[in-house]
Write a protein of this length. Sequence first.
Length: 392
Amino acid sequence: MNLPNETLTEQDALAPPSRKQYLFPLILITSLFFFWGFVHNLDPILIPHLRKAFKLTDLESSLVDFSVFIAYFVMAMPAGYLMRKWGYKTGIIVGLLLFGIGSFLFIPAADTKMYAFFLGALFVIACGLAVLETAANPYVTILGPAKTADFRLNFSQSFNGLAAFLAPIVGAKYIFTEAGYSEAQVKAMTPAAYDAYVTAEAASVKGPYTILGIVIILVLVLFIFTKLPDIKSDPNEEKSKVSDALQFKNLRWGIVAQFFYVGAQVCVLSFFVRFVVVSANIDEKAAAVYAGFAGLAFMLGRFVGTFFMKFLPSKQLLSIYAIISMLLTLVAIFGEGSITIYALIGVSFFMSIMFPTIFSLGISDLGQHTKTGSSLIVMAIVGGAILPLFLG
C-alpha cells in the first residue's frame, strides 16, 4: 500500500522535531481515542435496547460484550504483526476501514431484525478497534519529544473519557424510542404488535450507526491523504518469543490483572442501565443520563489519578483505587435506591486509572520483549467477553 508518509526510526521520531510537523497528525490520532471510546460506551445503551426488543435473557444480552471483547483476543497478535510489517499508518487505516464497515452493517442487521446480525456487526467494529488501539497508543507517544510522551498519551486518553460521558446521553436520545414499553408490556404484545415494535426498535439504531460510519470513513480519508511519520521499529525487537516474554513475573501478573479488571469494568458499565432501573426504580432514559455521569466520573478520575501519581507510586495508588472500588461495589450490591447509582458512579471514578496503570506496570522493564508483552496484555482484554457471561 503506497501511502504518503515519512519513514523514521523510533529514535529519530523521539528526537526534537518541529512541533508544527506533528500537530495535525497528533490531532488526528487523538480523535481515534474519542471515536473508539464513543462506540464502546454506546454498548450500555444498546444492550438493554436489544434485550427488550428481542426478549433476551441477561445471559443472551451479555453476548454483546462477548462479541466485542473476543475480537481483541482474536486481533491482538495479527494487529501487532501488521504494525511490524507495514507500519502504524497502514494499521490505523485498516482499523478505521473495519470500524466503518461494521457501523454500516447495522443497516442490514436492522432490516433483517436478527440479533446474530447485530452481534456480527459489533464484532467487525471491535476488530477495527483492536487494531486502532494497538497502533494509536504507542504511536501517540512518539509524535514528539520523549520527555512529553506521557503527557501526550494522557491528553489523548482524556478524550476517551469525554466520549464515555457523551455516548450514553446521545445514545439514549436517538436509540431509545419514545414508546418506552416495559418488558412486561412487550411480552404481553400480540404477534402483530410485537413485530411492529421490533421493526421500530431495530430501525432506531440505523441513524446513529450510519452517521458514525460516515464520520469514520471521512477520518479514514484524512489519514490516507495526510503525510504521517511512518515509524519503523528496530528489527531486533521482533525476535522475541511469547515463552521468553512470559518469564517476566510482572508481565504474568499484568495479564491476569488486566483480564479481571476489564471483565469487571464491562460488567459494571454494560449492566449499569439495567441495574439502576431495577435498584433505583427509574426509567431507561434517566438511567442513561446517570450512565453519562459515570463516564464523566471516569474522565475526572483519570485526571485526578494522574495528579496523585506525582506523589504516590503507581502500584500503591492502583491498590488504593482498587480497594475503594470494591467497597463501593458492595454498597451498590447491598444498597437500595439512589445510593446504588452514586456508588456505581464512584466505581467508575476509581477504576479510571486501572487499565493504563496495569498496562504500564505489566510491560515495565521487558526490553526487547515489550511489543510481545503489549500484545499479550491486549489479548487479556478478552476478560470483557468472558466475565459478563457469568453475571448474566
